[in-house]
Design a protein around this ligand. Structure first.
Ligand SMILES: Nc1ncnc2c1ncn2[C@@H]1O[C@H](COP(=O)(O)OP(=O)(O)O)[C@@H](O)[C@H]1O
Ligand SMILES: [Mg+2]
Length: 392
């Protein structure tokens, strides 16, 4: 059994941050901009000549997301860097500018668990698939998603899944939590926390078969950094309201966003919990699988899995904000989500994911339960999470 495919690839999330929640929120991306790695103009790219006179040799492929293609590059002194080459999409330049401004702000006040900007450079003659901007950072190892996938590829018949030891989940969780507290102090919401955007320093890991059926992923070095500020937002100026927009990749999206409510520092906490659960099971915690219904079915599943539901306050707030996601039902004099799923996916309640007799996982699931609260007002902040027993 392989890890569930993330919904993002085929979904509207590419433009998540630019879509206002409302009647026009379903504008799927016209072309497949996700994979340009095998584009002929990219394949023949051997050198990067920059407007500032720098020249780099292009090395191995490191990864590709919705907005960038990341390659290893080396300068004349043979120092290696990671180059995130921004794709030539129809994106507004303001969006890229936000990402660059944030990376500069972080570079001025760095954190050991946040990917740090080294330079922003411009290609002299960018291939048609690129816009010319190159974000240079240090080379890290594979993403958490890459590791989960490569462990999944090595499963044999009869294996039930992959997992990280709870001690590793704790180590990684602590780093992400501290990184998020730092981002918060800089006035930044990440809004795209997911395994794809968490990078290990070191690619080495061993697989150990535990309880006969699970492959335990034992990292040689569990240090990580979080990156990708392509969907991040600044905190509003004090007191100003946050305008509700569709943010976050669907599988990691907080309930308030599903309902058309504004994001907050608590929205990233929801994604964080989903990441830690996924490290334990090797599977997405929240998913919706029926195409156009994915959003609604995932929202229902989230309620079942977490045994948590939207509060009256959330419905009232959504109504006050004239959210297009909800409707008022005269008969019951209550609100419900506008679209309801016709079919539900089979699922497990949160705690049912704990493997038999795995006592070490119990504190992890108590922690997950603590974070996966529907109402953001009742959900803990990263500062509160960092003080949870799970980390002590
Ligand atoms: N500094 C880095 N070192 C190694 N791999 C990286 C680095 N930065 C990004 N990657 C890889 O490239 C992928 C895409 O980068 P990302 O910044 O997330 O772009 P996007 O904004 O398109 O999602 C990541 O998921 C990761 O696998
Ligand atoms: Mg990314």
């Amino acid at each position: 059994m392989k890890r569930q495919a993330s919904i993002q690839a085929e979904n509207i999330d590419a433009k998540q941050m630019k879509i206002e929640i409302g009647p026009t929120d379903v504008s799927p991306i016209a072309d497949d901009i996700r994979h340009i790695k095998s584009d002929p103009s990219i394949k023949k790219l051997q050198f990067l000549s920059m407007k500032n006179g720098n020249r780099y040799t292009v090395g191995e492929y490191l990864g590709e997301g919705m907005f960038g293609l990341v390659m290893e590059i080396s300068n004349q002194k043979n120092e290696k860097f990671a180059a995130k080459m921004i794709k030539a999409t129809k994106d507004k330049p303001e969006v890229l500018k936000i990402e660059l401004d944030m990376m500069e702000k972080i570079a001025a006040d760095p954190h050991e668990s946040i990917l740090q900007l080294i330079a922003v450079e411009q290609l002299i003659e960018p291939p048609v698939t690129l816009n010319g901007t190159v974000i240079v950072t240090r080379v890290l190892g594979p993403s958490l998603l890459d590791i989960i996938n490569s462990a999944g590829d090595r499963m044999r018949d009869g294996d039930e899944g992959t997992t990280f030891p709870v001690s590793t989940i704790r180590q990684v969780g602590r780093q992400i939590c501290q990184a998020m507290i730092h981002l918060e102090s800089l006035g930044i919401f990440h809004l795209d926390l997911k395994p794809e955007n968490v990078y290990f320093f070191d690619r080495r890991f061993e697989l150990r078969r535990i309880e006969m059926k699970y492959l335990s992923i034992e990292m040689v070095d569990a240090r990580v950094q979080i990156g990708d500020f392509g969907c991040s937002r600044w905190h509003p100026v004090k007191g100003a309201p946050v305008k509700p927009t569709l943010v976050q990749t669907q599988n990691y999206r907080a309930p308030e966003i599903f309902m058309g409510l504004p994001h907050s520092i608590k929205s990233d906490v929801w994604s964080f919990a989903a990441i830690l659960a996924e490290m334990y099971t090797g599977q997405l915690l929240f998913y919706g699988t029926h195409d156009e219904e994915t959003e609604q079915s995932q929202f229902e599943l989230m309620q079942m899995i977490t045994s948590s539901i939207p509060s009256r306050r959330m419905w009232r707030q959504a109504a006050a904000l004239e959210s297009k996601k909800i409707i008022y039902v005269e008969k019951t004099r209550s609100y419900r989500m506008k679209k309801l799923p016709s079919r539900m996916d089979p699922t497990l309640l949160l705690h049912e994911n704990i493997r038999e007799k795995d006592v070490f996982a119990v504190p992890l699931f108590i922690f997950l339960d603590y974070m996966l609260v529907f109402d953001p007002i009742r959900r803990p902040s990263f500062i509160q999470c960092s003080k949870h027993r799970f980390f002590n």
